[in-house]
Design a protein around this ligand. Structure first.
Ligand SMILES: *[C@@H]1O[C@H](CO)[C@@H](O)[C@H](O)[C@H]1NC(C)=O
Ligand SMILES: *[C@@H]1O[C@H](CO)[C@@H](O)[C@H](O)[C@H]1NC(C)=O
Ligand SMILES: [Cu+2]
Length: 357
């Protein structure tokens, strides 16, 4: 047994050069149309994803940054989507420049939406907005692997279909990983929210309920945020209570993980013209609309900024090779190993991170 643990420790530490502490949303797909996210603190191009200042966590459930991430800036684009659209979220580790998997394995992934009302979503302040939860995902069917852990081991995207019957208009979508490797202490949870700006079309008329506010929806002592039994095995995990209240009446219609996005990553122009449509993705699981049409896809993206920079290519997307293994699954249930792992990661993290452990 000792030798197994020793091997695990050695194996886990051997991964360290390939992972970095923390991460961010490096791209989203909507019905297969892919939009790049700006690396933290780097204005690389127009995006519907609100850029965060750095890749570190929001600490503290009532931190004002709990809304959309660390010092999140309004994004330029508001991109088209519909009730039922497939949303794919690519979380990446590191701080841009190279493709790395999301690093954390323990804790839920949740998705909320909030209508922007009469304010264009690229000017909308999500503080105090009416956020309704459309999905929450914790443990996979094996009862011990968190979806977040699978994202970490495979680099998969988090995919869901937006609710049916959404009333048309602008919305923020807030996808959030809560990383609980330090959730055995009050205040130990790491919040990674990320916001996307979309314009929902169609003629739905649903009225979302219930709605919560950020900050406000969470407390540091919520049973799903401060989780002393997080490493006590599947029985305790089966009892996991998601923070933020119930999923709303308007819920996502499906949720799954999909292969990492490996298509081109190009920032769309903020002032799309017919001859400058961004690339369409080859997202394998999406029912992708062609980017050719006059109305579909990015050509309908709106921006407050007409002085758009040209589309610019960024580095290739992830081509992960690391897969899950029994060793890391064991480690997941061992707090000491996980904490040491995180400690080591923390020691490696880039400067600019707001928190220490
Ligand atoms: C959003 O609203 C909150 C609360 O009024 C305020 O503290 C914050 O500064 C606002 N953010 C922006 C970017 O205006
Ligand atoms: C589940 O939660 C309830 C209420 O918090 C608690 O009484 C019970 O002991 C928990 N069960 C397990 C297996 O942790
Ligand atoms: Cu981290």
């Amino acid at each position: 047994m000792m030798s197994f643990i020793t091997l695990c420790v050695a194996f886990v530490f051997s991964l360290l050069p390939f992972v970095a502490a923390h991460g961010y949303v490096s791209g989203i797909g909507i019905d297969g149309q892919w939009y790049s996210g700006n690396a933290p603190g780097q204005n690389q191009g127009p995006s519907p994803i609100r850029m965060v200042a750095n890749n570190g966590p929001v600490k503290g459930a009532t931190n004002p940054d709990i809304v959309c991430g660390l010092s999140a800036q309004n994004a330029q684009l508001v991109v088209p989507a519909n009730s039922g659209s497939l949303l794919s979220v690519q979380w990446s580790g590191g701080s841009g420049g190279s493709a790395e998997h999301w690093p954390h394995e323990v804790g839920p992934v949740m998705t909320y939406m909030a209508p922007c009302g009469s304010t264009p979503c690229n000017q909308f302040n999500g503080t105090g907005a009416g956020w309704f939860k459309i999905n929450q995902a914790g443990l996979e069917s094996d009862g011990s692997t968190w979806y977040q852990g699978t994202i970490a081991s495979t680099g998969d995207t988090f995919d869901l279909n937006l609710p049916e019957n959404l009333s048309p208009g602008g919305y923020l979508i807030r996808n959030e990983l809560i990383s609980l490797q330090n959730g055995i202490s009050v205040g130990g949870a790491e919040f990674y929210p990320s916001c996307f700006q979309v314009m929902i079309g169609g003629n739905g008329n649903g009225s979302p309920s219930p709605a919560v506010s950020f900050p406000g929806a969470y407390s540091d002592t919520d049973p799903g945020i401060y989780v002393p039994g997080i490493y006590n095995g599947p029985q305790a995990l089966a009892n996991y209570t998601f923070p933020g209240g119930p999923v709303a009446n308007l819920a996502a219609t499906s949720m799954t993980l999909a292969s990492p996005y490996t298509g081109p990553t190009v920032f769309p122009s903020a002032a799309p013209a017919s001859d400058s449509a961004p690339v369409n993705s080859g997202q394998p699981t999406a029912s992708a609309p062609a980017a050719s049409g006059a109305s579909g896809g990015p050509a309908a993206a709106t921006s407050a900024d007409d002085g758009a920079p040209p589309a610019s290519a960024t580095g290739a997307a992830a081509a992960p090779t690391q897969s899950g293994n029994s060793c890391s699954l064991k480690a997941r249930e061992r707090g000491t190993i996980n904490q040491r792992r995180h400690f080591r990661r923390s020691a490696h993290r880039a400067a600019g991170h707001a928190e220490s452990y």
